[in-house]
Design a protein. Sequence first.
Length: 316
Amino acid sequence: MSATLPEPVVVVASLADAPAMVEVVHAAFGARPAVDPPSTAGAETVESVAEALRRGGGVYASVDGRPAGAILVGSTSEGAATFARVSVHPDFQRHGIASAMVAAAEDLAALQGHDRVDLFAREEFAELIAFWSHRGFRVARLAPHGVVLSKRLPYAVVLAGADDTRALGRRLADLVRPGDLLVLSGELGAGKTTLTQGLGEGLGVTGAVISPTFVLSRVHPTADGRPTLVHVDAYRLGGPGELDDLDLDLSAPTGVTVVEWGRGLVEHAWDDRLEIDLLQEPEGGRIALLRPVGDRWTAEDLASLTVPPCEEAARA
């Protein structure tokens, strides 16, 4: 992201955001090359966007108070979520805003109870299809003038606190394989290191698993020949190039690599990964949103990671 561009603010859209979202949609679609048949995005009004927000919802991005991006979230009759009018204002394109909005829209749809999202992509825009493919979307079916892309949505795991977060890490140890990448996101204190500690316990690592903030990465061997744990803290890294300097490609094939604060830094190096967002609730609990990317993780049954009720009862 440009050093001169303020950080975008991405929020769940409210009805008050409808005028700004219309502005973004008109500007973004108006800047695209003409297609036949033409897009209907130019016909969107404040009223139509507000109605879409009432029915399903959406996300809105701003930069320094200026309208920057919009996505409308809907649903199909089969219960899948849909993304429509995915737009970034031309003044703010190629600054990571689209990726940030897509992640937020996926989280919103998952929390609404959807397990899959579909979207339509015009065949004329190969670059856009590549953008979606790089974020885990796959062609589900052909459609007039394009394709319908589909992606499995994040799986939501409710965590009562640190014990549940650690237990989730232990259960992840039963799924991971050498070469796997886990990308952990969440605010300070959300439980990223706690989750990694549980993973280390499940893998049987030797030594304590602590945040590698000041050394950037730590390699934890295991006692029983299971994959090593490579624990990376990317908080202080300035970009993907600095992550490359850690030479993770040397340890990755035989280990499980966990990168805290890694979103936006590791996508270029791993097509298959499990992204885990840890959200803190006002009541003190947490929700882990598990986002599988690539064939390796979309084939896994992430429902198996739910903490069993018997463990909850044992702690009561």
